[in-house]
Design a binder for this molecule. Sequence first.
Ligand SMILES: Cc1ncc(COP(=O)(O)O)c(C=O)c1O
Length: 370
Amino acid sequence: MPVPLLDLRAQHALIKDEVVSAMMRVVDDQLFILGAPVQQLEEAVARLSHTAHAIGCASGTDALLLALRALDIGRGDEVVTTPFTFFATAGTIHNVGARPVFCDIDPITFNMVPAAAAAACTSRTKAIIPVDLFGQMAPIESIALAAPRIPVIEDAAQTIGASRMIDGERRMAGEVATIGTFSFFPSKNLGGYGDGGMMVTQDAALATRLKRLRVHGGMQMYHHDEVGYNSRLDALQAAVLSAKLPHLSHWSAGRRANAAYYTSAFADLADVKTPVIEPANDSIFNQYTIRVERRDELQAHLKAKGIGSAVYYPVPLHLQPCFEYLGYKQGAFPESERAAKEVLSLPIYPELTSAQLDEVITAVRAFYGR
Ligand SMILES: Cc1ncc(COP(=O)(O)O)c(C=O)c1O
């Protein structure tokens, strides 16, 4: 039985009526740009994230771009992040004219190490971007403590609805950062039927600036205080996402259950390192990512058995040709480089049947002769 890495059609089949009628309401109203559907979703995401403000935009990439611009980051500035992330995290730093400065990751969680981030800061550092990788939050409170007074943009593209115990309180992804950013790319736990993104913040002035930046830098039509972007969240996408949002916590619980099932099934395989979630964290398992030494062989074996898998991410960003100008060499970030060689993400979506889960488990175990 083939098991795809992700089967969006399985989810769509379960919610088709709700989503299609939400989309048809927008079509019937013929109000496609911002308006009530976007505002409703913004209010719902602000509630979920325990933030005062949420601002929809065109993608998770643009959410990072607008966040950097709202913090006045540009030429001559540095922004610290990790090289083991999706390209957008560093690409947007470059695109506002600033310099990406990398620090290595924790090999257990793949997330930023606060002391390494602090050590990478200079007098030119204008922000730190921790990435909540694969569904669990980075140690955001320790990063803020290690580098006080430097704004934190939390790249929570993969982590909407995840939480972390901080000083005895459960804090949501995006809640304690200066600005948190989400992606609604279709493969995310809350995925649209196209691109979409959102920024959250507790700061009213930043929220106003982000709103302005997404509409060409002017709140009044044809009057522009600064040069911004056309980066609105599409009203049709907002309608889809609002229809899907009530299911999010159930879907994330399904992913957690699948993750627990895999982890116990692989417990006796010394060659397979299963994901480790910090005790403080509640992961939403956007990915279930194992570490293995013969990664490419395992992936080929799974493919031959019809099982989807993916490598997130095969080339750390400091070794990408476009960032050669930054001057980093092979060996600069050994943990990121080792992770890039060893990680493999397995199917984890909540609609997986137990037969499909068992198929994946059997195939992985067979690779190790078990
Ligand atoms: C960590 C991370 N940052 C940023 C993005 C960019 O989001 P988008 O694809 O919506 O532009 C993604 C998603 O693809 C991501 O996983």
